[in-house]
Design a protein around this ligand. Structure first.
Ligand SMILES: Nc1ncnc2c1ncn2[C@@H]1O[C@H](COP(=O)(O)OP(=O)(O)OP(=O)(O)O)[C@@H](O)[C@H]1O
Length: 213
C-alpha cells in the first residue's frame, strides 16, 4: 500500500494541489478524476517521482519513503499519455533498453520482452519501428515497456485520450486483466465512464484538495 499524506504543490506561487491524502491499495485500480486543470497529471507526476511535491509524506508498505526512491527501486512504472516511445529504436529495443541499463542481461531482457509482446498480442511487432504502429499498438508497447521493469504499481496518464474511442473498451479489458493478475494500478482520466469500467476506488482532484468516493 502506498500512502500519500498532506501533499501540496504550487507552480509560480499558485497552489495546484494542497492537503491531498490518498491511499493506493495493493492489487486494486484507483482512478484519479477531476476537471481539466485541477492537477491530475501533476499528482500522477508526483506519485511517479517525476516531479517533487513541495511538501507531504509518502509511506510504502508502512515505511516512510519518497516517490523518487520508489522509482529508482522499480516499484513504480508509468505509461505516458503520448506513449513516448523512442522513434529510432525497434519495439524490442524500446522494451529492453531500461532493463539492460539496470543490469538485466540482454538475453533475459529479450526473453521478458518477447513474453510481454506475446501476452499483449503483439508477437510479430518486435522488429517494427513505432511509426509503423497504430495508436492502440503503440500504447500496448508503452505498457510492455513499463512492465519490463516489473513494477508493483503501474500508473497511466489519460490512457484513452490518444486512442480511437472504440479502443477504450479494450484498454479497460487490459487494465482489468492486469488487476486479475495482482497488479496495482492508478489511472488518471477525464473519462468517467472509463473510470467506472476499471476503478475499484475513485479519487477526485479539486483545486486545493481532493475527495475519495
Ligand atoms: N510545469 C508547470 N509549470 C507551471 N504550471 C504548471 C505546470 N504543470 C502544470 N501546471 C499548471 O497546474 C495546473 C494543473 O495542471 P495538470 O496538467 O496537472 O491538470 P490536469 O487536471 O491534469 O488537467 P487536464 O485534465 O487538462 O490534463 C494547471 O493550471 C497547469 O497550468
Amino acid at each position: 500500500m502506498l500512502e500519500l499524506k498532506n501533499i501540496a504543490k504550487s507552480f509560480n506561487n499558485q497552489a495546484v494541489l494542497a492537503d491531498i491524502d490518498l491511499t493506493i491499495e495493493d492489487h486494486k485500480t484507483l482512478a484519479i478524476v477531476g476537471p481539466s486543470g485541477a492537477g491530475k497529471t501533476t499528482l500522477l507526476r508526483i506519485i511517479a517521482g517525476l516531479s517533487p511535491a513541495d511538501s507531504g509524506e509518502f509511506t510504502w508498505q508502512n515505511k516512510s519513503t519518497t516517490p523518487q526512491q520508489l522509482r529508482k527501486d522499480g516499484v513504480i512504472g508509468v505509461v505516458f499519455q503520448g506513449f513516448e516511445l523512442f522513434p529510432n529504436m525497434t519495439v524490442l529495443k524500446n522494451i529492453t533498453l531500461a532493463p539492460t541499463l539496470q543490469g538485466v542481461s540482454a538475453t533475459d531482457a529479450e526473453k521478458r520482452a518477447r513474453d510481454l509482446l506475446e501476452q499483449l498480442d503483439l508477437p510479430d511487432q518486435a522488429d517494427a519501428y513505432p511509426f509503423s504502429l497504430s495508436g492502440g499498438q503503440k500504447q500496448r508497447i508503452a505498457i510492455a515497456r513499463a512492465l519490463a521493469l516489473k513494477p508493483e504499481i503501474l500508473l497511466y496518464d489519460e490512457p484513452t485520450s490518444a486512442l480511437d474511442p472504440n479502443l477504450r473498451h479494450s484498454v479497460a479489458n487490459l487494465i482489468n486483466a492486469f488487476k486479475a493478475q495482482g497488479m496495482t494500478q492508478v489511472v488518471v482520466t477525464h473519462d468517467m465512464e472509463f473510470a467506472q469500467e476499471v476503478a475499484d476506488t475513485t479519487f477526485t482532484v479539486k483545486k486545493l484538495g481532493g475527495e475519495r468516493s
